[in-house]
Design a protein around this ligand. Structure first.
Ligand code: VGL
Ligand code: ZN
Length: 208
């Protein structure tokens, strides 16, 4: 029986000044920090979008495409993103104020140039697993709280996969600890998570 906090992609790239900034993305940092310091969690895990420079989700790899166009990657529809979170660059680093010393395990994702990986658990085509589900099972995690960036992409896909891949684990979304790319997408994402069985909560409701 263990309670885990999963911090999704709290990286410079998704914060103001980054290459794929989410409005007010950095506002989630103090929320993550106070939750990590609260003593509520037995285990703290963070994901990190970690792309090679030639990742196929980048518009720069598709002649004629601009960032945020729709395109294709390995035959599947794919949003064309600006180059972001390239391995080893400052854009891929965790936000400098995130208390990374409190993080027990970092799950990198998105390394395969031929497929995107919004979820911290597996690639978008659901073929390759990252190993995070097995890690959480090995730590006997029974409650998983999720927050981070971006609500309508990596947070959503991670929460849906958590429900799918961790049967018996209670999954909650800390809504005020998330920020998204598209306001309408955020509403739809929260509804999709709720329908899948994710509890939508606020960080203020988490107490020892
Ligand atoms: C993300 C788009 C592309 C995210 C990552 O972290 O939500 N979104 N790569
Ligand atoms: Zn990405």
């Amino acid at each position: 029986m263990a309670k885990a906090l999963l911090l999704i992609d709290i990286q410079n790239g998704f914060c103001p000044g980054g290459n794929l900034p989410v409005a007010d993305g950095d506002i989630v940092v103090p929320i993550a920090n106070s939750l990590m310091e609260s003593g509520h969690y037995d285990l703290i895990v963070a994901s990190q979008d970690w792309h090679p420079a030639d990742h196929g989700s980048f518009a720069s790899q598709h002649p004629g495409k601009a960032p945020f166009d729709m395109g294709e990657l390995s035959g599947q529809p794919q949003v064309m993103w600006p180059d972001h979170c390239v391995q080893g660059t400052p854009d891929a680093a965790f936000h400098p104020e995130l208390l990374t010393a409190k993080i027990n395990y970092v799950q990198k994702k998105g390394q395969n140039p031929a497929v995107d990986s919004y979820s911290a658990f597996r690639d978008n085509d659901k073929a390759a697993l990252t190993g995070l589900a097995a890690y959480l099972v090995s730590k006997d995690v029974t409650e998983l709280d999720i927050m981070g960036l971006a609500t309508d992409y990596c947070v959503k896909f991670s929460a849906l996969d958590a429900v799918d891949m961790l049967p018996g684990v209670k999954v909650r979304l800390i809504a005020d600890g998330c920020r998204g790319i598209d306001p309408k997408g955020v509403e739809e994402a929260i509804e999709a998570m709720r329908e899948a069985g994710v509890d939508i909560i606020e960080s203020s409701g988490i107490t020892l």
